[in-house]
Design a protein around this ligand. Sequence first.
Ligand code: SAM
Length: 216
Amino acid sequence: MDRESLFEEQRKRMVERQIVARGVRDPRVIQAMLKVPRHLFVPEPYRSEAYQDHPLPIGYGQTISQPYMVAAMTELLELTGDEKVLEIGTGSGYQAAILAELAREVYTVERIPELLERAKQVIESLGYTNVHFKLADGTLGWPEHAPFDRIIVTAAAPDIPQPLIDQLKPGGIMVIPVGSRYLQTLTKVIKKPNGKLQVKELFGCAFVPLIGEFGY
Ligand code: SAM
Protein backbone atom coordinates (compact mmCIF):
# COMPACT_ATOMS: atom_id res chain seq x y z
CA MET A 1 0.00 0.00 0.00
CA ASP A 2 1.42 3.46 -0.86
CA ARG A 3 1.83 6.12 1.83
CA GLU A 4 -1.27 8.16 0.86
CA SER A 5 -3.55 5.09 0.85
CA LEU A 6 -2.14 4.13 4.23
CA PHE A 7 -2.96 7.59 5.61
CA GLU A 8 -6.47 7.31 4.15
CA GLU A 9 -6.97 3.97 5.91
CA GLN A 10 -5.69 5.45 9.16
CA ARG A 11 -8.03 8.43 8.75
CA LYS A 12 -11.07 6.16 8.32
CA ARG A 13 -10.10 4.21 11.43
CA MET A 14 -9.57 7.47 13.37
CA VAL A 15 -13.09 8.61 12.47
CA GLU A 16 -14.69 5.26 13.40
CA ARG A 17 -12.84 4.60 16.64
CA GLN A 18 -12.11 8.04 18.05
CA ILE A 19 -14.92 10.20 16.73
CA VAL A 20 -18.06 8.23 15.88
CA ALA A 21 -17.47 5.76 18.73
CA ARG A 22 -17.35 8.69 21.17
CA GLY A 23 -20.66 10.10 20.05
CA VAL A 24 -20.00 12.69 17.33
CA ARG A 25 -23.07 12.41 15.09
CA ASP A 26 -23.17 15.42 12.73
CA PRO A 27 -22.73 13.78 9.28
CA ARG A 28 -21.13 16.92 7.83
CA VAL A 29 -18.50 16.94 10.60
CA ILE A 30 -17.80 13.24 10.05
CA GLN A 31 -17.47 13.81 6.30
CA ALA A 32 -15.01 16.69 6.83
CA MET A 33 -12.90 14.62 9.24
CA LEU A 34 -12.81 11.83 6.64
CA LYS A 35 -11.76 14.24 3.91
CA VAL A 36 -9.13 16.63 5.34
CA PRO A 37 -5.61 15.09 5.21
CA ARG A 38 -4.57 15.71 8.82
CA HIS A 39 -1.07 14.32 8.22
CA LEU A 40 -0.21 17.32 6.00
CA PHE A 41 -0.74 19.62 9.00
CA VAL A 42 1.63 17.61 11.21
CA PRO A 43 5.40 18.27 11.02
CA GLU A 44 7.26 15.49 9.18
CA PRO A 45 8.89 13.88 12.27
CA TYR A 46 5.41 13.15 13.75
CA ARG A 47 3.55 12.42 10.52
CA SER A 48 3.24 8.69 11.17
CA GLU A 49 1.32 9.57 14.37
CA ALA A 50 -1.03 12.04 12.67
CA TYR A 51 -4.15 9.86 13.12
CA GLN A 52 -3.47 8.76 16.67
CA ASP A 53 -5.67 9.66 19.60
CA HIS A 54 -3.67 12.57 21.05
CA PRO A 55 -2.38 16.07 20.32
CA LEU A 56 1.05 16.43 18.64
CA PRO A 57 3.78 19.09 18.78
CA ILE A 58 3.86 21.58 15.88
CA GLY A 59 6.86 23.60 17.11
CA TYR A 60 7.16 26.83 19.12
CA GLY A 61 5.73 25.04 22.16
CA GLN A 62 2.33 24.63 20.46
CA THR A 63 0.20 21.64 19.47
CA ILE A 64 -2.29 20.36 16.92
CA SER A 65 -5.28 19.28 19.02
CA GLN A 66 -6.43 15.67 19.45
CA PRO A 67 -8.71 14.66 16.52
CA TYR A 68 -11.67 14.01 18.82
CA MET A 69 -11.37 17.48 20.35
CA VAL A 70 -11.43 19.06 16.86
CA ALA A 71 -14.53 17.04 15.90
CA ALA A 72 -16.36 17.68 19.19
CA MET A 73 -15.70 21.44 19.13
CA THR A 74 -16.72 21.63 15.49
CA GLU A 75 -19.97 19.75 16.14
CA LEU A 76 -20.78 22.16 18.99
CA LEU A 77 -20.65 25.04 16.50
CA GLU A 78 -23.73 23.61 14.70
CA LEU A 79 -22.52 24.73 11.27
CA THR A 80 -24.92 24.57 8.32
CA GLY A 81 -22.62 25.89 5.59
CA ASP A 82 -23.58 29.54 5.52
CA GLU A 83 -21.67 30.90 8.51
CA LYS A 84 -18.84 33.38 8.93
CA VAL A 85 -16.55 31.83 11.53
CA LEU A 86 -13.72 33.34 13.58
CA GLU A 87 -11.04 30.97 14.87
CA ILE A 88 -8.50 32.12 17.47
CA GLY A 89 -5.32 30.02 17.43
CA THR A 90 -4.61 28.90 13.85
CA GLY A 91 -1.76 26.63 15.00
CA SER A 92 -1.25 23.98 12.30
CA GLY A 93 -4.29 25.15 10.30
CA TYR A 94 -6.05 21.77 10.60
CA GLN A 95 -9.10 23.08 12.49
CA ALA A 96 -9.33 25.96 10.00
CA ALA A 97 -9.42 23.47 7.10
CA ILE A 98 -12.21 21.49 8.80
CA LEU A 99 -14.12 24.75 9.26
CA ALA A 100 -13.48 25.69 5.62
CA GLU A 101 -15.32 22.49 4.61
CA LEU A 102 -18.34 23.34 6.75
CA ALA A 103 -18.79 27.13 6.75
CA ARG A 104 -18.90 29.95 4.21
CA GLU A 105 -15.92 32.02 5.36
CA VAL A 106 -13.26 31.32 7.97
CA TYR A 107 -11.23 34.08 9.63
CA THR A 108 -8.31 32.66 11.60
CA VAL A 109 -5.91 34.54 13.88
CA GLU A 110 -2.51 33.34 15.16
CA ARG A 111 0.16 35.16 17.19
CA ILE A 112 3.22 33.13 16.05
CA PRO A 113 4.27 34.23 12.53
CA GLU A 114 6.01 30.97 11.55
CA LEU A 115 2.94 28.89 12.42
CA LEU A 116 0.60 31.23 10.56
CA GLU A 117 2.79 31.10 7.45
CA ARG A 118 3.02 27.30 7.49
CA ALA A 119 -0.74 26.90 8.04
CA LYS A 120 -1.45 29.32 5.19
CA GLN A 121 0.79 27.35 2.82
CA VAL A 122 -0.84 24.00 3.61
CA ILE A 123 -4.40 25.37 3.41
CA GLU A 124 -3.74 27.15 0.12
CA SER A 125 -2.00 24.09 -1.34
CA LEU A 126 -5.21 22.14 -0.64
CA GLY A 127 -7.17 24.68 -2.70
CA TYR A 128 -9.28 26.37 0.01
CA THR A 129 -10.15 29.92 -0.96
CA ASN A 130 -12.46 30.77 1.97
CA VAL A 131 -9.85 31.02 4.74
CA HIS A 132 -8.46 34.43 5.73
CA PHE A 133 -5.36 34.73 7.93
CA LYS A 134 -4.24 37.36 10.40
CA LEU A 135 -1.13 37.66 12.58
CA ALA A 136 -2.34 39.31 15.78
CA ASP A 137 -3.46 38.94 19.36
CA GLY A 138 -6.68 37.00 18.80
CA THR A 139 -8.08 37.93 22.21
CA LEU A 140 -8.99 41.19 20.47
CA GLY A 141 -10.90 39.30 17.76
CA TRP A 142 -10.92 40.64 14.21
CA PRO A 143 -13.06 43.80 14.47
CA GLU A 144 -12.86 44.69 10.76
CA HIS A 145 -14.81 41.53 9.86
CA ALA A 146 -17.13 41.36 12.88
CA PRO A 147 -19.76 40.32 13.71
CA PHE A 148 -19.28 36.55 13.40
CA ASP A 149 -21.93 33.81 13.39
CA ARG A 150 -19.55 31.48 15.20
CA ILE A 151 -16.32 31.84 17.20
CA ILE A 152 -13.99 29.01 18.17
CA VAL A 153 -11.04 29.54 20.49
CA THR A 154 -8.48 26.74 20.44
CA ALA A 155 -6.31 27.93 23.35
CA ALA A 156 -7.07 28.13 27.08
CA ALA A 157 -8.60 31.40 28.26
CA PRO A 158 -8.77 32.62 31.89
CA ASP A 159 -12.18 34.14 31.06
CA ILE A 160 -14.23 34.68 27.92
CA PRO A 161 -12.53 37.68 26.26
CA GLN A 162 -14.95 40.64 26.12
CA PRO A 163 -13.98 41.61 22.53
CA LEU A 164 -15.02 38.12 21.38
CA ILE A 165 -18.38 38.42 23.17
CA ASP A 166 -18.87 41.79 21.47
CA GLN A 167 -17.97 40.37 18.04
CA LEU A 168 -20.40 37.42 18.26
CA LYS A 169 -23.70 37.98 16.42
CA PRO A 170 -26.94 37.72 18.36
CA GLY A 171 -28.03 34.11 17.77
CA GLY A 172 -24.36 33.13 17.47
CA ILE A 173 -22.35 30.39 19.20
CA MET A 174 -18.86 30.49 20.69
CA VAL A 175 -16.86 27.44 21.86
CA ILE A 176 -13.92 28.13 24.15
CA PRO A 177 -11.87 26.32 26.81
CA VAL A 178 -12.05 28.41 30.01
CA GLY A 179 -10.04 27.79 33.15
CA SER A 180 -6.52 27.68 34.54
CA ARG A 181 -3.34 27.49 32.47
CA TYR A 182 -3.28 23.69 32.77
CA LEU A 183 -6.89 22.52 33.03
CA GLN A 184 -10.04 24.02 31.58
CA THR A 185 -13.71 23.38 30.95
CA LEU A 186 -14.88 23.36 27.37
CA THR A 187 -17.56 26.03 27.34
CA LYS A 188 -20.32 26.75 24.84
CA VAL A 189 -21.61 30.31 24.83
CA ILE A 190 -24.87 31.11 23.06
CA LYS A 191 -25.70 34.76 22.45
CA LYS A 192 -29.47 35.04 22.53
CA PRO A 193 -31.22 37.29 19.99
CA ASN A 194 -31.69 39.82 22.83
CA GLY A 195 -27.93 39.85 23.43
CA LYS A 196 -28.03 37.87 26.70
CA LEU A 197 -25.48 35.06 27.11
CA GLN A 198 -26.27 31.46 27.91
CA VAL A 199 -23.11 29.71 29.15
CA LYS A 200 -22.92 25.90 29.18
CA GLU A 201 -19.93 24.18 30.82
CA LEU A 202 -19.42 20.87 29.03
CA PHE A 203 -16.33 18.79 29.88
CA GLY A 204 -12.75 19.01 31.04
CA CYS A 205 -9.91 19.65 28.60
CA ALA A 206 -6.29 20.82 28.49
CA PHE A 207 -5.16 23.39 25.91
CA VAL A 208 -2.04 25.53 25.61
CA PRO A 209 -2.65 29.03 27.02
CA LEU A 210 -4.23 31.88 25.11
CA ILE A 211 -1.59 34.62 25.43
CA GLY A 212 -2.72 38.20 25.04
CA GLU A 213 -4.44 41.28 26.35
CA PHE A 214 -7.62 39.36 27.32
CA GLY A 215 -5.80 36.04 27.86
CA TYR A 216 -2.86 34.91 30.00
N1 SAM B 1 -6.43 25.09 16.03
C1 SAM B 1 -5.07 24.62 15.99
C2 SAM B 1 -4.88 23.51 15.02
O1 SAM B 1 -5.83 23.08 14.37
O2 SAM B 1 -3.73 23.08 14.88
C3 SAM B 1 -4.53 24.24 17.34
C4 SAM B 1 -4.19 25.42 18.10
S1 SAM B 1 -3.00 25.28 19.39
C5 SAM B 1 -3.77 24.17 20.53
C6 SAM B 1 -3.27 26.91 20.07
C7 SAM B 1 -2.75 28.03 19.20
O3 SAM B 1 -3.20 29.26 19.74
C8 SAM B 1 -1.22 28.12 19.16
O4 SAM B 1 -0.79 28.07 17.84
C9 SAM B 1 -0.93 29.46 19.80
O5 SAM B 1 0.20 30.12 19.28
C10 SAM B 1 -2.20 30.22 19.52
N2 SAM B 1 -2.46 31.38 20.36
C11 SAM B 1 -2.27 31.52 21.69
N3 SAM B 1 -2.64 32.75 22.10
C12 SAM B 1 -3.10 33.40 20.99
C13 SAM B 1 -3.62 34.70 20.75
N4 SAM B 1 -3.79 35.60 21.73
N5 SAM B 1 -3.98 35.01 19.49
C14 SAM B 1 -3.83 34.12 18.47
N6 SAM B 1 -3.34 32.88 18.64
C15 SAM B 1 -2.98 32.52 19.88
